[in-house]
Design a protein around this ligand. Sequence first.
Ligand code: ZN
Length: 243
Amino acid sequence: MSRILLLSDIHANLAALDAVLFDAARRAEFDAVWSLGDAVGYGPRPNECLDRLREIEAVTISGNHELAALGEISASEFNPFARFAIEWTASALTPESRAYIEAMPLTAVHSDFTLAHGTPRDPVWEYLTDIEVAKANVDQIETLHCIVGHTHVPAAFRVSRDDTELWPGDGEAVSLNGARWFLNPGSVGQPRDGDPRAAYALLDLSEMVVEFRRVEYPIEETQRQMEAVDLPDMLIQRLSFGR
Ligand code: ZN
């Protein structure tokens, strides 16, 4: 196992997920897929996205949207748009999808990496937005590195040798050698850094290099699917802007 496809915050956006899987397969052969949570919520194709993750035998952890869809955390903590979408998602999930989500752990450890949706300290709610949050989470992991999602913004924070915050764009590669890193591949299905293209990353374990990628997908297709099931207009529009 040397090349890992990193996915996060797919948010039931099947067109974006398929574009990412196609781009990643063309770019490099990957041996495993790690998905950092929030595969569902906001978007129109939750069951299909979960089916894809099962088909490619992804390592998956749970995000706040999975837990809310299962009723394990209260949707009252969500903003009204997210709550509406979560209630729709809960009603749309098949028994197979529910069982798949129920089996997802909150954190996982693979090789030198701890995986958590928010942070290792609080996988459900905390946002790893800057180097200070990363440093506050160093004591929470037994591995050298950590990979998170939840913010929907690609990021790489170096917390050992010196404190560095990187916000990698398309095609930027980061060498992990000689330091401790907290990584976020960005969001496949609802980017929030102003770039509407789907975000993902490829992690090469033998070189210890992570490459951040952006890929265009048919945004209108997802927006039409959202309109067809009456998801909130705000959630539909934001996909055009990546905000
Ligand atoms: Zn999310």
